[in-house]
Ligand binder design. Structure first.
Ligand SMILES: [Ca+2]
Length: 156
């Protein structure tokens, strides 16, 4: 059963109640080994770089690319699953949130999965959003200059 979740002023997020654990091939010409999740193509980069470096990489590697934005618990779970399958672990990973937390791709902020006590903006310098800290699947605001792995997304 498919549920439509609308977000005013932003794109429509399609959610599915049941989870198919297999990934579809991404149909975008010129990018290889990207995974498809509903209407987006995803790629985990197990390369440690700054938030800005990660964002620029996503934008340069494919037209319309950006750091991934997450709008549901289901998608959060899929991203964690992607990272685990590619890395064999759950490293700290940049996703496309930047204080005051609209997503870098311009989509609306309608979901979050902050770790307890986060976002704490520790020392007033935590402006970027990482996944998998302090535990798998949870979010933390952190220093943008820290070097993390990252996940890119391209909307189809
Ligand atoms: Ca924090």
């Amino acid at each position: 059963m498919t549920q439509l979740r609308f977000c005013l002023g932003c794109s429509v997020e399609y959610e599915k109640e049941s989870c198919n654990s297999t990934w579809c091939r991404c149909p975008v010409h010129g990018i290889h080994n990207w995974k498809r999740y509903r209407n987006v193509c995803l790629k985990f980069f197990n390369i440690r770089t700054t938030f800005q470096g990660a964002k620029m990489h996503c934008r340069h590697i494919v037209q319309g690319g950006d750091l991934v934005s997450i709008h549901s618990a289901f998608k959060n779970q899929k991203i964690v699953q992607l990272i685990q399958s590619e890395a064999g672990s759950c490293p700290r990973t940049w996703i496309g949130g930047h204080r005051p937390f609209p997503w870098t791709d311009g989509s609306c902020w309608n979901y979050s999965n902050w770790a307890p006590g986060e976002p704490n903006n520790y020392l007033g310098i935590e402006r970027c959003l990482e996944l998998n800290f302090p535990h798998t699947g949870l979010w933390n605001d952190f220093r943008c200059c820290f070097k993390n792995a990252f996940v890119c997304e391209k909307v189809l």
